[in-house]
Write a protein of this length. Structure first.
Length: 231
């Protein structure tokens, strides 16, 4: 095959790739659909319209930042990068301070803490927590992403993640149906641990934020020592 024919084949392949890559029409169609859905929600339920916009913004942020919990634990082991892990640590510091403020304001102090008055969900911790964490961790590695990562990749066109989404749906339905059984067997018999009840809000926030800051610097040190991307 002559060089001219090779160049022609490369040119044809490049044109085919560029035509496939051009997704402006798909983007415009999606924006119009998103706009119609927003107007529909705005007309019928203002709260739904707000949640719809927030969902779009969160999805856009996740896709651009590649924010994924499975990647935060996978990347340090596979390539030595802790960038996403450090982002999650920073997010945990912010939410620790934010939720502590909300809960402290709602309860009104460190004394007389009642679980019924605490905003959010305070659940028992026991063997079911350990089993669930292991199953979730194993499933997350096999699926190649957490829930947010799976939805993000579906939006990017990864059709295999549809199988993972189907697994999410089936698992959620089975979990909801059998929750009463597991609640009687494990959950209801496990203790409910709310650390501010024992240490107070101020001490809890200081300790938790301090531990997270230490973990951040450990992650930074680990990346400088093991990051394969620099090799």
């Amino acid at each position: 095959m002559t060089s001219s024919k090779i160049q022609e084949l490369k040119r044809q392949r490049q044109l085919k790739y560029e035509s496939q890559k051009n997704q402006v029409m798909y983007g415009m169609a999606f924006i119009m659909l998103a706009g119609f859905i927003y107007l529909f929600f705005l007309k019928n339920n203002f709260m739904y319209s707000t949640i719809w916009v927030l969902g779009l913004l969160i999805g856009f942020t996740l896709q651009k930042s590649r924010f994924c919990f499975s990647a935060s634990f996978r990347d340090p082991i596979m390539v030595g990068s802790t960038s996403i892990l450090k982002a999650i640590i920073i997010a945990s510091i912010i939410t620790t301070i934010g939720f502590a403020f909300i809960q402290y304001t709602a309860i009104g102090g460190d004394t007389g803490i009642s679980y019924e008055n605490i905003p959010g969900q305070i659940d028992p911790v026991g063997i079911h927590t350990v089993i669930g964490a292991i199953l979730f961790g194993v499933g997350m590695v096999i699926a190649g992403g957490c829930a947010s990562g799976t939805l993000m990749r579906i939006g990017e066109g990864f059709s295999l993640q549809l199988v993972v989404l189907l697994g999410f749906i089936i698992g959620t339905l089975l979990g909801g149906k059998s929750f009463e059984f597991w609640d009687k067997l494990f959950i209801s018999k496990s203790p409910t641990i709310y650390i501010p009840e024992y240490l107070g809000f101020h001490s809890t926030v200081v300790i938790q934020v301090g531990v997270l800051i230490i973990l951040y610097f450990v992650a930074e040190w680990y990346q400088k020592k093991n990051n394969m991307m620099k090799m």
